[in-house]
Design a protein around this ligand. Structure first.
Ligand code: F6R
Ligand code: MN
Length: 186
C-alpha cells in the first residue's frame, strides 16, 4: 500500500458505510445477541434471531488498555423494531469511568440515549454531520429511528474499556419507543 518516498497511502479507508484497511476488526451483533435489551419479549419470540441488528468495524492501532491511545469504529445499525422499540446498541459505561468519547452521525437518522450515574436520562438526535461529546461516567446507546441503516463513527480512548454488565442488568432508566409515530423517551 505504501508509495515511494515519504508520502504514503493511509492505512485506513472509509468505503461507503465501512472501514477498510490494515487490521480492521469486524464484529456483528445479531438480534439474538441483544434480544435481552428489549421489553416486548412476546413480539421478539416471533422474529428472526439470526438477522443482523448492527455491526461495527473497528481499528485498534495500539493494544487495548494503552494509556493515551485512541480507537476508532464505524457502527451500522439496521432499521427495525421489536414491538415499538427501535433496533439499538447494547449500550455501556466505560470501564475506566473518566474516559469520554466522540460519536458523529454519517448516514441515516438516530437517537443517542445517555444516562449519568444518577440514572438521569437524556437524548440527542443523530443525523449526517451531528457531533456528540459523551463525557465520562455517562452510559451511551444508539437507536436507529429511520427506515435506512444508521451509520455513525466513534473515537474513544484505548484505555476506556467497556462495562456492559451494568446495563445488561439494570438497563437505562428510560426506553426510546415509537409513540404515535414519533420517537419518545418513556
Ligand atoms: C466504543 C463505543 C462504540 C460502540 C458501538 C457498539 O466505546 O461506544 O464503538 O462500541 O457503537 O455499541 P455497543 O458497544 O454498546 O454494543
Ligand atoms: Mn463507548
Amino acid at each position: 500500500m505504501n508509495g515511494n518516498g515519504l508520502i504514503r497511502m493511509p492505512e485506513l479507508f472509509f468505503t461507503g458505510q465501512n472501514l477498510e484497511g490494515n487490521e480492521v476488526v469486524p464484529s456483528v451483533r445479531t438480534l439474538g445477541d441483544i434480544i435481552g435489551i428489549f421489553e416486548d419479549r412476546e413480539t421478539a419470540s416471533g422474529m428472526d434471531m439470526a438477522q443482523t441488528a448492527y455491526s461495527v468495524s473497528s481499528a485498534f492501532p495500539v493494544p487495548e488498555g494503552t494509556p493515551g491511545g485512541l480507537f476508532f469504529g464505524i457502527t451500522r445499525i439496521m432499521p427495525g423494531k421489536v414491538g415499538n422499540e427501535y433496533f439499538m446498541t447494547k449500550g455501556h459505561f466505560h470501564r475506566n469511568e473518566d474516559t469520554a468519547e466522540f460519536y458523529w452521525g454519517v448516514e441515516g437518522e438516530g437517537v443517542l440515549i445517555l444516562m449519568d450515574r444518577n440514572r438521569n436520562v437524556w437524548a440527542e438526535r443523530m443525523f449526517p454531520g451531528s457531533l456528540h461529546y459523551i463525557p465520562g461516567k455517562v452510559a451511551h446507546r444508539v437507536a436507529n429511528i429511520g427506515v435506512t441503516p444508521l451509520v455513525f463513527d466513534a473515537c474513544w480512548p484505548s484505555d476506556a474499556g467497556h462495562n456492559y454488565e451494568e446495563i445488561a442488568a439494570g438497563g437505562f432508566a428510560m426506553r426510546l419507543k415509537e409513540v404515535n409515530g414519533l420517537p419518545t423517551l418513556v
